[in-house]
Design a protein around this ligand. Sequence first.
Ligand code: MTE
Length: 309
Amino acid sequence: MRKTRPTDPSWADVTPKADFLNRRQIMAGAGAMALGSIAGPSFASIDAKPSKFSTDAKPNTLKEITSYNNFYEFGWDKSDPAQYAGQLVTDPWSIEIDGMVDKPGSYPLDDILKPVTLEQRIYRFRCVEAWSMVVPWIGFELSNLLNRVGVQPSAKYVAFQTLYRPEQMPGQKQGGIDWPYVEGLRIDEAMNPLTILATGLYDEEMPNQNGAPIRLIVPWKYGFKSIKSIVKISLTDKQPPTTWNKLQPREYGFYANVNPKVDHPRWSQATERRVGAGLFAGRQETLMFNGYGEEVAQLYKAMDLAKYY
Ligand code: MTE
């Protein structure tokens, strides 16, 4: 059933074993719950301007990007989000912005998007599980939104939260993860021009399984930092808790910068498998900061990245 190849660490590797077994048993009996919903995309076309930050590497196909996903709110297999995320209602949608900002409030997504010019950002995407893709995201710089709401000088971090709606996100009825999924960035990471809020991919609105209607993309960090279906953004002076760090602090740090020299305790991060590359393509070398060192290495120049993994 699993689409993962044996070379990829699986969910069994990234979660405590007891949780994994529990969950598999629960999910085995949960098929009926799924309503058989098919993520039948009714995509609108979107105009987006090209960006100097795009890679010229060949993007993965829409099919690959939308059928091999991690979105634990919909299940634990790579194929679950495509199968079950169709039931998520993403309109209306708003984001609550609070904490150390001049203009806190609940912002309808339409108002957030009205003044922005969407860009296409073709980014490398590297999961902590050692697979990678190239994805043509559509979005805008997170700094654009943060500047509009007015970040106060006391703010040192940005915390993000995913929607909690168990009736549409069946994975949230299971234990293991302390829902809702939460993530965070240091303020300078959040303000970096590479950091975007993405609302689409290829020329289409964001498919539900990829984090509709709006998600974070931080291309120099492992994929788990790129939180999906965001409903809350908080500016704070304390490092916020993050989902994977809470679950396995020795394995998943707050920073989670792609780093071929700092292995996961249970597998190497030196190489990666490009999804869709074909059976005989072989693994490719993982690049420091996923190849974005020129843009971001200075953010970490005084830090020991083996300690702040
Ligand atoms: N965000 C939420 N809310 N829930 C998740 O399970 N998974 C993360 C990240 N964001 C996840 C999430 C992980 S582990 C990865 S690798 C990426 O989403 C996967 O994004 P993709 O499915 O669009 O490739």
